[in-house]
Write a protein that binds this ligand. Sequence first.
Ligand code: ZN
Length: 238
Amino acid sequence: MGAMDQHARLIGPVVFFTGAGASVGAGLPTYRGQGGLYDGTGVEPPNAADLEPDRLPGLWARFAPRLRAREASGPAPAHHAIAALERQAPGEVVVVTQNVDGLHQAAGSTRVIELHGSLGTMRCFGAGHSLAVVDARWGDDGVPQCPECGEPCRPNVVLFGEMLPRAAWEAGGEAIRDAATVVAVGTSASVQPAASLISAAATAHSVRIWVNPRDEPPDGRWQWLAGTADEELARLAW
Ligand SMILES: [Zn+2]
């Protein structure tokens, strides 16, 4: 591995595979990393058992700070850089993200595959109605209720112990297989099963670029750009 030629040009189609590090510049805490929401707090991340009715108020109490943080934030330079690359080459950029903050779309990216769901929406336990967080009616217990059927809602986010949504998983895998270049941004590739999407086999015929200031790429086939996502993505060009 080694530093990538700073004049290297991207070859499309490009998949940006993004993790928490892509949103650091937006001021959002990362999920489990240093300084993250669950780092050193002794609190386990929300998991599938928290969907039991008697635990729903607690689950939403833990999600509420994340919703507020998201509402108060906007896209970082990294999100804007990816959106700009898409505007320059429409149809040549796909974002496959482990993030749930919706900031790629807020920056203008149009092809975004969300592997872990979305903080911006929720769905009810009744008929599975999907609704925007802003449309929810919040009960006295702090649990949002579906405006259509009155049933309680859950976050539209994959909790620990849950399967990834199949459609997103398959679409992400297909995009990565079709990519001439895979740029992994701000992910430690330690979160399974998403990390298997960018395994050596899955990216065998792609140019591989690893943007991460701290975590090394999984192997030497990745070109490592060891700055922050905001710094490094601004330098990428067609
Ligand atoms: Zn409903």
